[in-house]
Design a protein around this ligand. Structure first.
Ligand code: UDP
Length: 242
């Protein structure tokens, strides 16, 4: 379903939200384990020098165009518009579809207590959604082993991993076989938003494509990573001239 388009070596799926949700639900039906990535421009830049990350993005079963920077690049390179699919919105739509089924979800990541709060809120928002467990994202190797055993026992259909990128992508790639999860998806700071700890930008700002600016004011520590944005723009411009 849909086509793939490579931006600076990363193969993105060009999909509408409806197509993306259908694709995720199809993946849940199958018996293969799948990986979904939602890279923003910062991660695409990071992948240029991180071979392991670039390899994972190229082996992922679905790579979503998260962030206005990615859809801007797509338009610049192809002249066509592509729908932006924020990872957070995709997850919400998938929860809505899952709530009418027996598929299960597991929340892994975030500061202690955050995944639990996120699970409570999502159960309320999507009655019928089966969240079978949660775990924070700060762990020793003994705790990690325990978590993997728990995941193996539960074998969730939708394993959300929010450890920040690229840690979460590497964790999923290296551990999905051991967990028995059907789909592993990197969700960044989604649990912070689901739990109510961090607010998403107001809708008007999202529509004006200013969500990144809102996050920058709210979390000024992101400034360092945002310095990769101008690099992304110049790399895309350069690849267009080639
Ligand atoms: N995090 C975590 N374990 C770590 C480092 C980070 O669980 O060792 C969590 C952190 O609490 C936050 C998320 O990972 O919830 C990273 O959020 P961010 O918005 O920075 O995600 P990104 O934009 O990098 O995908």
């Amino acid at each position: 379903m849909g086509k793939k388009y490579r931006i600076l070596g990363v193969p993105f799926d060009v999909l509408t939200m409806t197509e993306a949700v259908l694709k995720v639900m199809e993946m849940m039906k199958g018996d293969k384990q799948r990986i979904i990535c939602t890279p923003n421009p910062e991660i695409v830049v990071e992948a240029q020098s991180d071979k392991e990350l670039m390899g994972i993005l190229n082996q992922a079963d679905m790579v979503v165009m998260d962030g206005t920077g990615i859809t801007w690049a797509y338009k610049k390179l192809t002249g066509e518009k592509a729908p932006r699919i924020a990872g957070y919105d995709l997850v919400q739509e998938v929860f809505s579809a899952m709530s009418k089924t027996d598929y299960t979800a597991y929340f892994f990541g975030g500061k202690p207590g955050v995944a639990k709060k996120a699970a409570i809120n999502m159960r309320k928002k999507y009655p019928g959604l089966k969240i079978v467990g949660f775990h924070d994202g700060y762990f020793t190797s003994a705790e990690e082993m325990k978590l993997i055993l728990e995941l193996k026992r539960l074998s969730p259909d939708f394993l959300l991993v929010g450890l920040g990128a690229p840690k979460q992508e590497k964790w999923i790639y290296n551990n999905i076989r051991l967990t028995g999860a059907k789909i592993g998806i990197g969700v960044g700071g989604c649990f912070d938003v689901m739990s109510g700890e961090v607010k998403r930008a107001p809708e008007t700002m999202q529509k004006m494509k200013l969500e990144w600016f809102y996050r920058l004011i709210k979390q000024p520590t992101r400034a360092g990573r945002m310095m990769r944005l101008p690099k992304f723009v110049s790399m895309v411009n350069k690849s267009k001239r080639k």
